[in-house]
Design a protein around this ligand. Structure first.
Ligand code: FAD
Ligand code: DHB
Length: 390
């Protein structure tokens, strides 16, 4: 089989790329290691930037998102016994976030691709990249061969794409954090209308949601924490201790349906290209989840890649492909900084001394009292504008 674009990975990046290319008349095949059921159930991100929503709607895959997504015009920062709302409607008029599970985006994209006759292979093994630096790159999997014009590495942080680039071709920038997030999904109505990012001495906690019946929570825990050490009672007690810190707020508890520990890291590999292999999404970069940027960055990357490939097929010019990495990295580094900034603002670091704690409180006070500082948070959180239209 031969295709124009061979895509590794059926996460948000690979699936959206396949769909956007299809809308431009460009053929692709998606190779995914896991089953359809597995990728549709994998619980991860939940916050979509305005631009991500606009991208999905414009691509014709936003019907359910528009119906079921929860549009939020602010978030709360909670610390020192007080909640402070960051009002997007005043600070960044016309821009909001939409709370809609990543696995719902994945379901909608898979459905759209299959309805259009798209070729997604699930449960393929041993995917390998060959001759990426030449004009005849190809993929192999399960003893089969797929010839491509270009390969899109959309296989996440632990995929084969980045690993297939020869040693020395990529420069890696990274930072590890001494903590992780314990994520919890519970069948209980949210205890607040908007997301609550809470800081206190016990560590960070986040109250999010998926629907009027489902709540989503995260707790800062030490790196390498075992989820087995977090029976449900301990989770609720810790969430209460970290969130019930303002008068009149009580956390409604319910059945926990899923829990897991996610490590936190910052990571960028540059450039996001090796010959005819283009890296997109988590395959090229990771941010700690505090700024809710990972999925949104993946969407931004594939927008740029789609435009560049469409330009190349329409004109024969590789100019936009040549600019792909640089174009993406401008947004990637903005998100790297914002995610690191939100993470240091809201977590407790064991190495912090009393002076560092005072600085952190001063930082929180500034962000919640200065219009300029709050606008910095708001404009990054809802997402900065894209450089180009699709
Ligand atoms: P992935 O979703 O990782 O998809 C990669 C795909 O490639 C997977 O399906 C994988 O199975 C497949 N694959 C891997 N290796 C191979 C192989 N060798 N062969 C074939 N297929 C392979 N981001 C936000 O924007 N907002 C949030 O609120 C947010 N919260 C998060 C909360 C948590 C707990 C976590 C874990 C992440 C969160 N993120 C958030 C980040 C977001 O989930 C990721 O950035 C996003 O999944 C990246 O999409 P992707 O398509 O690049 O990679
Ligand atoms: C969610 C995840 C995040 O990383 C975040 O910053 C906010 C919300 C969520 O899964 O709902």
């Amino acid at each position: 089989r031969r295709t124009q674009v061979g895509i590794i990975g059926a996460g948000p990046a690979g699936l959206l790329l396949s769909h956007l290319l299809h809308l431009r008349g460009i053929d692709s095949v998606v190779l995914e290691r896991r089953s359809r059921d597995h990728v549709e159930r994998r619980i991860r991100a939940g916050v979509l930037e305005q631009g991500t929503v606009d991208t999905l709607v414009a691509a014709g895959v936003g019907d359910r998102l528009t119906r079921e997504g929860l549009v939020h015009h602010g978030i709360e920062l909670r610390y020192g016994g007080t909640g402070h709302r960051v009002p997007f409607e005043r600070l960044v008029p016309g821009r909001a976030i939409t709370v809609y599970g990543q696995q719902e985006v994945v379901k909608d994209l898979i459905a759209a691709r299959l309805a259009a006759g798209g070729d997604i292979r699930f449960e393929v093994g041993d995917v390998a990249v060959h001759d990426a630096a030449t004009d005849a790159p190809y993929l192999t999997f399960d003893g089969q061969r797929l010839d491509c014009d270009v390969i899109a590495g959309c296989d996440g942080f632990h995929g084969v794409s980045r690993a297939s680039v020869p040693e020395g071709e990529l420069t890696v920038y990274e930072r590890d954090y001494p903590f992780a997030w314990l994520g919890v999904l519970a069948r209980v109505e949210p205890s607040a209308e908007e997301l609550i990012y809470a800081w206190n001495e016990r560590g960070f906690a986040l109250h999010s949601m998926r629907s009027p019946e489902i709540s989503r929570f995260y707790l800062q825990v030490p790196a390498g924490e075992d989820v087995a050490d977090w029976p449900n009672e301990r989770i609720w007690a810790e969430l209460r201790a970290r969130l019930e810190t303002v008068p009149g707020f009580t956390l409604t508890t319910g059945e926990i349906v899923e829990k897991g520990v996610t490590p936190m890291r910052s990571f960028v590999a540059e450039p996001m290209r090796h010959g005819n292999l283009f890296l997109a999404g988590d395959a090229a970069h990771i941010v700690p989840p505090t700024g809710a940027k990972g999925l949104n960055l993946a969407v931004a990357d594939v927008r740029v890649l789609t435009e560049a490939l469409a330009h190349r097929y329409a004109t024969g010019s590789g100019d936009l492909l040549d600019a792909y990495s640089e174009t993406c990295l401008r947004r990637v580094w903005r998100a790297q900084h914002f995610s690191w900034w939100m993470t240091t603002l809201l977590h407790t670091f064991e190495t912090d001394d009393a002076y560092a704690r005072r600085l952190q409180v001063s930082h929180l006070d500034y962000v919640t009292s200065s219009e300029a500082a709050a606008t910095t948070l708001a404009e990054n959180y809802v997402g900065l504008p894209y450089e180009r239209d699709l």
